[in-house]
Design a protein around this ligand. Structure first.
Ligand SMILES: Nc1ncnc2c1ncn2[C@@H]1O[C@H](COP(=O)(O)OS(=O)(=O)O)[C@@H](OP(=O)(O)O)[C@H]1O
Length: 291
């Protein structure tokens, strides 16, 4: 733990990483000791929206510790059956008052997840990072293509999966994952909108700091992340992170060149998303400059 290493103590009372109902009762031996706690905030999606970048950037904050690996607790039955005690073992060790954050982008579109998250902690804070849904779809396809090629397996060109007789095929899975309003509607059956903070993934790419400042505010964290924590890496073509003299860029699976898609097909995609996007904007009470 950075705070233990540096001997700095900061325990903002406003941060709770577990619900009163489900946390262990305080004991004299555990009060000041590090423990694995359930998350006080979860990045629920969207897949390819910039969830890793957001997690790593939040981790710059001294009061935040993040689960490095995706846990898939609420969306994978086998994991969920292992119970909350297992979930906590997947979390980092934290001091009381530190905020635990995990990210699993698969949570957003999985119908069973919102009620399960609520059952864990109805006060948990949710972060949803979104990105132009057409770009997201191409990024999603590119990732699957890359995984297939790595395993020496064939995969159809994007246009063949996306179009059926020249029209957008609504059955394409990656298309469905970009219908943000449908998935958010399920979360809003369970959580109020003010418990869900929407991060602009396109803005995070262009200039991360303002998005991080807004996220700090939402999480009731003192403003500790600064513009000096970021520098633009011209080789990578993305912002990288700077902390305590160390710099870190996200790995090569983040920010790789996208698979080709004709301008005509991309335009069809943009047209297809116009209505769903409008519905999403109404739900979140703001709009985004998407295609
Ligand atoms: N600073 C920085 N560095 C690198 N990449 C960045 C950064 N900020 C945001 N992004 C964007 O994050 C996209 C990957 O999103 P996710 O991390 O959510 O992907 S995943 O769902 O976990 O696989 C990834 O998508 P692609 O560009 O399509 O690869 C990036 O555009």
């Amino acid at each position: 733990l950075r705070e233990l290493r540096s001997g700095v103590s900061s325990s903002p009372a406003s941060i709770s990483s577990s619900s009163p109902s489900s946390s262990s009762p305080p004991s004299s031996s555990s009060n000041n000791a590090t423990q694995q706690r359930q998350p006080g905030a979860i990045i629920i999606g969207v897949r390819k929206g910039g969830t890793r970048a957001l997690l790593e950037m939040l981790n710059l904050h001294p009061d935040v510790e993040v689960a490095k690996a995706e846990v898939h607790y609420f969306n994978v039955e086998e994991h969920y059956r292992r119970g909350l005690a297992w979930y906590k073992t997947q979390m980092p060790f934290t001091l009381p008052g530190q905020l635990t954050v995990e990210k699993t982008p698969g949570y957003f579109a999985a119908p069973q997840v919102p009620a399960r998250v609520w059952a864990m902690n109805p006060a948990v804070r949710l972060l949803l990072i979104v990105r132009d849904p057409a770009e997201r779809l191409v990024s999603d396809y590119t990732q699957v293509l890359h995984n297939r090629l790595t395993r020496h397996k064939p995969y159809l060109p994007l246009e063949e999966l996306l179009l059926n007789e020249g029209r957008i095929d609504p059955g394409y899975k990656a298309l469905h994952r970009s219908l943000y309003h449908q998935h958010l509607a399920r979360w809003l059956e369970v959580f109020p909108m003010d418990q869900i903070h929407v991060v602009d993934g396109d803005a995070l790419i262009k200039d991360p700091f303002p998005e991080l400042r807004k996220a700090e505010r939402f999480l009731n964290l003192p403003p500790k992340i600064s513009p000096n924590n970021f520098y633009y890496n011209t080789t990578k073509g993305f912002y990288c992170l700077l902390s305590a003299g160390h710099d870190k860029c996200l790995d090569e699976s983040k920010g790789r060149p996208h698979a080709p898609l004709s301008t005509q097909a991309f335009k069809k995609l943009c047209r297809y998303f116009r209505k769903p996007n409008k519905l999403f904007f109404e739900m979140v009470g703001r709009s985004f400059p998407w295609c």
